[in-house]
Design a protein around this ligand. Structure first.
Ligand code: P6P
Length: 336
């Protein structure tokens, strides 16, 4: 008897993937389910952040030199905890932690994946109820299974990701993840407490009408970047300009919107920060993987984000990411 199930939950979908992929061990699917569980726990706290004394700074300062908010710490602990107590992850690296954390228990050491994440990106927006998010990337470890994870496991090019995703805690809570087989979006259904497949096979529209950049830094940008931003603002039948400017100041929200509707997000280098602000390993690489699989592009202005060989965990990179046609317009401007 074939029981029809209108909407697959994240768990059902990931298990279906295991059934469909020959020789799949189910480890990656189990890791994604672990992330979904942590996301549900973080979602509860994010949704009540204004009601309980969970706001406000812990008083400590993280490796980024930013005041750490209690939700950052909570989220970091949730994602670290589910991955450490699961059966699929040999270690993690997090924006909130100075160094990577290899899991030294025997079960974790047998795992073949490591995970890097920004547990709560955009946390400065928590106090004003603007959408925030979690970003993660999953790599097959390069060190031997059974041994303790090493730094090389975490310093791999973005092309080596086996999966990447994000959770956006917004008007609804969505978990979006991609593998080489495609990108799928799951919306949290409060009635059953499960992420349910709401956006199957997401494709990034090749053209869009929105550009996202912090105009406050305009005069610090490279002249060619300024020139592209001017193109975005000009009426021009060939480009469909002028575009609408949308910048939330929360990368997950901005890039998610552009992925679904089409658009380009830019965090260029500035005179003060030539490498920009965003982190390569756990902010730019996961989004570059997702947007590229969905048909878009992502560069640092010179090369593909996914091709950059990392040298340190918290290194920054300029980021240009979004719809293929818009990215090619930008690249033409940068090449002049
Ligand atoms: P700015 C949030 O702090 C964040 O890391 C990203 O989520 C966001 O896109 C960016 O910084 C905003 O930075 O300098 O424009 O405020």
């Amino acid at each position: 008897m074939n029981i029809s199930r209108k909407v697959l939950t994240l768990d059902e979908y990931t298990i279906q993937q295991v059934r469909q992929i020959p020789n799949a061990t189910g480890e990656l699917s189990a890791l994604l389910r672990d992330i979904g569980l942590a996301a549900k726990r973080v979602n509860v706290e994010v949704n009540k952040a204004g009601l309980v004394d969970i706001l406000g700074d812990v008083g400590s300062v993280n490796v980024q030199g930013e005041d750490v908010k209690k939700l950052d710490v909570f989220a970091n602990d949730q994602f670290t905890g589910v991955l450490q107590h699961g059966v699929s992850c040999a270690g993690i690296a997090s924006e909130e932690l100075d160094n990577y954390v290899p899991f030294d228990d025997s079960e974790s050491k047998k795992s073949k994946y490591v995970c890097l994440f920004d547990p709560l990106d955009g946390s400065a927006n928590i106090d004003v109820n603007v959408s925030i998010g979690t970003i993660f990337g999953v790599y097959r470890r390069v060190s031997a299974k059974g041994s303790i994870a090493t730094k090389e496991d975490f310093l791999q090019k973005g092309t080596q990701q086996v999966a990447a995703g994000y959770i956006v805690y917004g008007s609804s809570t969505m978990l979006v993840y991609g593998t080489r087989r495609g990108v799928n979006g799951f919306t949290l259904d409060p009635s059953i407490g499960e992420f349910s497949l709401s956006h199957p096979d997401i494709k990034c529209p090749p053209a869009g009408k929105m550009y996202s950049v912090n105009h406050g830094n305009f005069f610090q940008y490279d002249k060619k970047v300024q020139s592209y931003i001017n193109i975005c603002q000009k009426k021009d039948k060939s480009t469909g300009g002028p575009y609408t400017q949308r910048y939330i100041g929360s990368m997950v929200a901005d890039v998610h919107r552009n992925l679904i509707k089409g658009g380009i997000f830019m965090y260029p280098g500035t005179l003060d920060k030539p490498k920009g602000k965003l982190r390569l390993l756990y902010e730019c690489n996961p989004f570059a993987f997702i947007v590229t699989v969905a048909g878009g592009k992502a560069t640092n202005g010179i090369q593909r984000i996914l091709d950059i060989q990392p040298t340190e965990l918290h290194q920054r990179t300029p980021l240009f990411i979004g719809s293929k046609n818009m990215m090619e317009e930008l690249e033409a401007e940068l090449a002049k």
